[in-house]
Ligand binder design. Structure first.
Ligand SMILES: NC(=O)c1ccc[n+]([C@@H]2O[C@H](COP(=O)([O-])OP(=O)(O)OC[C@H]3O[C@@H](n4cnc5c(N)ncnc54)[C@H](OP(=O)(O)O)[C@@H]3O)[C@@H](O)[C@H]2O)c1
Length: 339
């Protein structure tokens, strides 16, 4: 008689202390250790003793003791540190950041740091012989807009990194998140007016639709299902991680229903939007974020994922058996009470 044992597959998770990565850590660890597709997680952080890393560790004390969760150092601008972090892993969850923690984006060239990080991540995954590379990516808006919007670098750079990964690595699956519900916590999306009424204010017509994502929960469950099914079923696929499309004017209506607070849709101008982002992120990001919103305001409503895919092209439900959260689900899960 033969007994079969399954060794858990180790997944290195980049951005493990952030929105998306922390959701991936949670969803991977939630796969029971006795399940045939169980995982151990190598959570990559610049500093395993930072307060953020300690917070992550505190959520999973048993998993750390049992070895199902390890926190390891790794910096996306230091390829050698990534090779060490990826050594012996079966899979990598990759996420890149258009922002630089603690630094402003002064010029458009500054945004190229994301490409540097992406190249390092792909190079380290190649050297380490990673079997399944799952990347949080975004569509190419220069192409989608037929060349009208060529400066949405934080989308197009992610798309370029996804293409590089596909050309260099054996099995790549892309997740493309919608707008993050967490954005409504930012002042350019939502503020209170002088009467204390919650004002949702992105610079788009209220009847315009967009698709959204809970960046932590949704990316987590999609990535965990993709790793569970493995490259045989999911390599080369692109999964949009998006809710059913919602009108911008529905944000206040849903918020009011869940939170019993008055809320309105009252958009700010594109200039105000760009200037607010420039103040907080940096001047080099202003045109990028303006063009993103300009595209969202004209993107075809019948297409999903920032107007880039037909609904029929979305195989997430059929392949993975998952769907992204509604705004109401995110509100209840996060407990957000308004600005
Ligand atoms: N907002 C939206 O609507 C939206 C929609 C789609 C996509 N996105 C994209 O989502 C991305 C941000 O993802 P997120 O919200 O999950 O990120 P996040 O919560 O801001 O977390 C950033 C993570 O990156 C890690 N990190 C920072 N610098 C690093 C470095 N040099 N080396 C290694 N790790 C580093 C941090 O870890 P440590 O500090 O522990 O090192 C942290 O875990 C952006 O690129 C954005 O374009 C946003």
């Amino acid at each position: 008689m033969t007994t079969s044992t399954t060794t858990p597959r180790t997944i290195a998770v980049l951005g493990a202390t952030g929105n998306q990565g922390s959701g991936v850590v949670r969803a991977l660890l939630q796969k029971s250790p006795h399940h045939p597709a169980s995982f151990t997680v190598r959570a990559v952080t610049r500093d395993p003793s930072s307060p953020q890393a300690e917070r992550l560790r505190a959520i999973y004390p048993e998993e750390e003791v049992s070895g199902r969760l390890q926190l390891v150092p790794g910096d996306v601008y230091d390829v050698t540190s990534l090779e060490r972090a990826f050594d012996g892993v079966w899979g990598v969850f990759a996420v890149t950041n258009n922002r630089l923690p603690g630094q402003m984006i002064e010029t458009e060239e500054d945004l190229e740091h994301e490409l540097v990080a992406g190249r390092n991540i792909v190079a380290a995954a190649k050297v380490s012989g990673v079997r399944h590379f799952v990347i949080s990516s975004l569509p190419n808006l220069a192409d989608a807009s037929k060349g009208q919007f060529q400066k949405v670098f934080h989308f197009d750079h992610k798309f370029q990194i996804e293409q590089l990964a596909k050309s260099e690595l054996t099995a790549v699956t892309a997740l493309r998140p919608g707008l993050f519900y967490t954005n409504v916590q930012w002042v350019q999306y939502c503020r209170r007016n002088e009467n204390g009424i919650v004002r949702f204010c992105p610079p788009v017509p209220g009847n315009k639709t967009a698709d959204w994502t809970d960046p932590s929960y949704d990316i987590g469950i999609y990535a965990a299902e993709v790793f569970s099914l493995g490259p045989e079923k999911t390599a080369s696929k692109v999964y949009p991680v998006v809710s059913s499309k919602m009108r911008f004017a529905d944000l206040p209506a849903i918020f009011s229903t869940v939170r019993y607070q008055s809320a309105i849709f009252d958009p700010i101008s594109l200039d105000d939007w760009g200037a607010t982002v420039a103040r907080t992120v940096g001047k080099g990001y202003e045109e990028d974020i303006r063009q993103m919103m300009e595209w969202i305001a004209v993107a075809p409503d019948e297409k999903i994922c920032y107007g880039t895919m037909t609904p029929q092209e979305d195989c997430s439900g059929a392949d993975l058996g998952v769907r992204a959260s509604t705004f109401e689900e995110w509100l209840r899960r996060s407990g957000w009470q308004g600005p």
